[in-house]
Design a protein around this ligand. Structure first.
Ligand code: 9MR
Ligand code: ZN
Length: 576
């Protein structure tokens, strides 16, 4: 309630904005005069805008803003404590609606109830006589594929959030397991984890995905009856899942020690697989397959995540002091050394990459260059291609695990250096978005929320500077929830102008008007990368305007589990 409160007032060609008043709608109160800045240019929207600051108001209520001269007025909005509570819950519940392999009963899913889907066995792509019963988990997105490396990112967001601020994630979500004595966030994540355990090969590697050969047409999941294929193991899915299984083994321990042990066992097996496959075992779609590829030519970060978490979690290592089992002690020390050596080697590579990245960012900023259709320069390390920050987070939270003082110091320094640049970046633009035009890639809303997550992590790691990191993180959430050029809330069912037509087969085919609530759109892509988007978005549109709320626009308006989880991380942090 005492947070910074800023609106963006877009100016008509060069015209100075007039006086802006904050008017209370639900009760008598004298209007407050907001402070209005000079016009500034925002290149992500290619327009001039003034920043309207009404932070002075901390009285709960429903308000709108109006410009006295022109009569322009905003939509109504709330000032209240725990203003992110409902949307956070909604975004968490959205995972339930992605469940595969079970019926969704009306008691939990309401009008979105549906029968079970994809319950048949799958076969190994490389040997179709090998039957694999992989059932359950979450559909990745608006398609029905299930992809461990994407899933690991999503679980990384959710389970780390749980470890960092559990009290903000203890909501009842009305799912079948509710009331079983386990927090629903963990119930929901377990549904995905149980599936992922089935995606591990005998040798410890993790299969890259289970999908049909081609994306199905637009139909309900229960009507998708194509052959389910399990595609080959990759080192990115193995590395990322090793990291996630370690976290899982810690967080489920108080609730179900057996399950926690199975997770750790899977992690250790995955770790062994990584040690015996030191090269990047990359995945690429075989000829004729068009489902998600999640290709990644660098597995350093996933390996770092794996070994960092293994070092931190392996019970034999952490209880190293107990040598009562004689000879086994030797074996224990060896494994610890192995993990440490891996971390040291991987970190040298990662650190070099991170330093190069920071230098390149500073150079680009100085030159003011800007090229569309390129990846962000500053990688946040919170997404499926680059999980460096997730890896670092684990190690920084547990210095005693032994990643080494110098290494940890450098990790922290890099993370804070990125956060500082993001704070500076958002402060330069009226929309207060820590984004440059080139950051508007496919799924740009994840760049936005991942950057919020990174800033939050910085606030946790550097409490003396928490206020500025938190303020900058919140600005990113405001963009997601509607303070953007499209005047759109990018979460279904929340906000006055929430998007309604996600590229989601279920929503498109369920015959229900209202979309499943709580789903985060991928958001603008500059330029759009799907045919309908190219047709609907006027050529030359500025990044924030490269969006259309149309079901066909898979590069602009799909939903995914890792976009939702990234937004949950940020919203939950502020639900306090
Ligand atoms: O989120 C992914 C995005 O970063 C990539 O640019 C894009 C193209 O490779 O793929 C996105 O992932 C999609 C996945 O391949 C299949 N399920 C839906 C995902 C979201 O569009
Ligand atoms: Zn399914």
């Amino acid at each position: 309630m005492d947070g910074k409160k800023i609106a963006v007032l877009v100016a008509d060609a060069g015209e100075k904005p007039g006086e802006v008043r904050l008017v209370r709608e639900d009760g008598d109160a004298e209007a407050i005069i907001a402070s209005v800045s000079e016009l500034q240019t925002d290149d992500t929207a290619a327009e001039q805008a003034a920043v309207v600051d009404f932070s002075a108001c901390t009285t709960p209520g429903t308000y709108h803003l109006e410009e006295t001269g022109s009569g322009v007025r905003s939509d109504p909005f709330a000032i209240s404590a725990r203003v992110y509570h409902e949307v956070k819950k909604g975004m968490l519940k959205a995972f339930y609606y992605q469940r595969c392999g079970c019926a969704l009963p009306e008691t939990c899913a309401g009008v979105y109830a549906r029968p079970a889907c994809h319950c048949r066995d799958a076969v190994l792509y490389e040997d179709r006589t090998r039957i694999l019963p992989v059932r359950g988990g979450w559909h990745d997105a608006g398609d029905f594929g299930r992809y461990p490396s994407a899933a690991a990112t999503s679980l990384g967001h959710l389970l780390y959030a749980w470890e960092l601020f559990p009290e903000r994630l203890s909501d009842d979500l009305t799912i079948p397991e509710s009331g079983n004595g386990v927090p629903d966030l963990l119930n929901e994540c377990r549904y995905e984890l149980e599936f992922l355990l089935q995606m591990q090969a005998e040798d410890g590697g993790v299969y890259h995905k289970v999908t049909t050969m081609r994306h199905p047409d637009f139909l309900m999941p229960q009507d998708d009856d194509g052959e389910l294929l399990v595609f080959p193991v990759s080192s990115v899915s193995t590395g990322a899942m090793a990291g996630v299984w370690c976290i899982a083994s810690r967080v489920y321990e108080p609730y179900d020690a057996d399950f926690a042990r199975s997770c750790f066992h899977a992690a250790a097996q995955a770790g062994q697989w990584l040690l015996t496959h030191p090269e990047n075992v990359e995945f690429h779609n075989p000829e004729g397959c068009n489902t998600g590829e999640y290709d990644d030519d660098d597995d350093t970060d996933e390996r770092l995540w794996a070994f960092g978490e293994l070092l931190r979690t392996d019970p034999e290592i952490t209880h190293e002091g107990d040598r009562s089992h004689g000879g086994a002690g030797e074996h224990r020390v060896t494994r610890q050394e192995q993990y440490r050596r891996q971390i040291a080697e991987l970190w040298v590579k990662s650190a070099a990459r991170e330093h190069r990245m920071l230098a390149k960012y500073d150079e680009a900023l100085a030159k003011g260059t800007d090229v569309p259709r390129q990846a962000p320069i500053l990688s946040d390390g919170f997404g499926w291609t680059d999980v460096t920050t997730l890896a670092i987070l684990g190690m920084l939270r547990d210095p005693a695990a032994g990643a080494g003082e110098e290494t940890l110091g450098e990790m922290r320094q890099i993370l804070l250096a990125k956060a500082d640049r993001l704070v500076a970046e958002q402060g330069m633009h009226p929309y207060r978005l820590a984004m440059q035009p080139r950051d508007f890639t496919w799924g740009s809303n994840m760049v936005v929320t991942n950057r919020a997550d990174l800033l939050i992590l910085a606030a946790i790691l550097a409490p003396d500077r928490a206020a500025q990191y938190e303020a900058a993180a919140l600005e990113q959430l405001h963009y997601l929830f509607g303070r953007n050029a499209m005047h759109t809330s990018y979460v279904t069912g929340f906000g006055t102008h929430a998007f309604r037509n996600p590229h989601n087969r279920v929503t498109a085919c369920d015959g229900i008007d209202e979309p499943i609530p709580g789903e985060v759109s991928g958001g603008p892509s500059y330029p759009p990368l799907d045919p309908r988007g190219e047709e609907l978005v006027p050529k030359g549109s500025a990044p924030q305007y490269c969006y259309a709320d149309h079901v066909d626009c898979y590069s602009l308006n799909e939903i995914t589990i890792y976009w939702n989880s990234s937004a949950v991380f940020a919203a939950a942090y502020f639900d306090r």
